[in-house]
Design a protein around this ligand. Structure first.
Ligand code: DGL
Length: 233
């Protein structure tokens, strides 16, 4: 059993690590499309063609299912990929606005995300389906993916870049922050330091990993060897 995962870079590792935590036997093939990162500022049609190309590669390399460990690529391509490969199970990311809307006590939820994810139809549809009666404030967190790609996940400069996007949300009353990009869990300690301990941070990674493992188990394939293969463009 082999699961193919991809992201524009290192962010999807926040999902891969959860999959590995749940299932030590599954084989993981992770592709980081770092030569074309970041996806956030790109038009959706471009991200869609990258996702198609990468999926073709992961399947040709033996993946039995695909986890799109990237919100931007899920927004741009999940629908299309399912029609291109009707027999392949796909698991994608969507902003975790539903649990956040259920959890907030101030009635204001903050979503931290990228331009590509915010632009997509999926974002608007999740807000209209799950956030009625709740105020949803969004921050397009320019510079965050670059921090994670550079491994700069602490220090005064990173804290300043994180604060720039978090403070307007918390000062506007958000008590629950949704991580709408798979790179952001690596910045969670800084987000927490800036936002304060009373603010909740919602990372959809663990739920997506559980869903992936449920689907993998349902395929009835023999277990993998617990190998992890990383590729970087
Ligand atoms: N980690 C990605 C996401 O979840 C991609 C971010 C980017 O490359 O801008 O959206």
């Amino acid at each position: 059993m082999s699961i193919g995962l991809f992201d524009s870079g290192l962010g999807g590792l926040s999902v891969a690590r959860e999959i590995r935590r749940i299932d030590p036997t599954v084989d993981i093939h992770y592709l980081a499309d770092r030569s074309r990162a970041t996806y956030g500022p790109r038009p959706l049609h471009e991200v869609r063609s990258f996702a198609q190309e990468i999926t073709g590669h992961l399947l040709a390399s033996g993946a039995d299912m695909i986890v799109i460990a990237c919100n931007a690529a899920s927004t741009a391509a999940l629908h299309d990929l399912r029609s291109t490969y009707p027999d392949v199970p796909f698991v994608g990311m969507e902003p975790a606005i539903k649990p956040a809307a259920l959890h907030t006590s101030t009635g204001t939820v903050g979503v931290l995300t990228t331009a590509a994810t915010f632009q997509g139809e999926l974002f608007a549809s999740v807000v209209s389906r799950f956030a009625s009666g709740v105020k949803v404030e969004t921050a397009i967190c320019e510079g965050w993916v670059e921090l994670v790609e550079a491994g700069e996940i602490d220090g005064p400069r990173a804290e300043e870049i994180v604060a720039r996007h978090v403070l307007p949300l918390t000062e506007g009353g958000a008590d629950t922050l949704v991580l709408g990009c798979t790179h952001y869990p690596f910045l969670a300690p800084l987000i927490r330091a800036v936002a304060g301990s009373e603010v909740s941070i919602v990372d959809p990674g663990p739920a997506v990993a559980r869903q992936a493992i449920r689907i993998a188990a349902g395929l009835g394939l023999s277990p993998g060897l617990g190998s992890t293969r990383f590729e970087v463009t």
